[in-house]
Design a protein around this ligand. Sequence first.
Ligand SMILES: *[C@@H]1O[C@H](CO)[C@@H](O)[C@H](O)[C@H]1NC(C)=O
Ligand SMILES: *[C@@H]1O[C@H](CO)[C@@H](O)[C@H](O)[C@H]1NC(C)=O
Length: 139
Amino acid sequence: MAFKVAALLSTFTLIYLLAPLVFTSDIQTSYPISLLVYNSLTNQKNLTFNTDIAYRGILLGAMRKIQAATNKFRFKIKEDPNYGPFLVSVNGVAGNDAKHTYWELLVKPQNGTIIRPDVGVGCYIPNPYDTVILKFTKW
Ligand SMILES: *[C@@H]1O[C@H](CO)[C@@H](O)[C@H](O)[C@H]1NC(C)=O
Ligand SMILES: *[C@@H]1O[C@H](CO)[C@@H](O)[C@H](O)[C@H]1NC(C)=O
């Protein structure tokens, strides 16, 4: 009996001691990403911002964090009832239907191959060391 209790106690102690290790390795605190603002229709200089994003955090969260940290990055989004938030303007430059201009979301992962995510800023979950490109362009 005493042995059983002791065994039980030590099992609990073990779980208790190991649990934080198991769970903290699962919930990584954060990782770095970059954000590049690129106006392909003017000769405006590219802007690059670096931030940390929460593990499995959405791009929109990282963009809000950058916006809070600097006055060099401002953006506006609009909520689409079906597809969620999409980017309307960056630093005062807005897409225009008549002019066929918009802000395209591109991602350059660590391997350098630029991809075009099929989701918007509200759903895209960056990978560590992604460079997210906000590109003002034409359709
Ligand atoms: C701005 O960034 C884009 C996308 O990475 C790149 O193609 C372009 O050459 C850059 N422009 C300048 C002036 O560095
Ligand atoms: C580069 O990385 C992205 C995202 O991790 C992946 O989807 C893509 O297939 C990779 N491309 C190459 C050429 O390895």
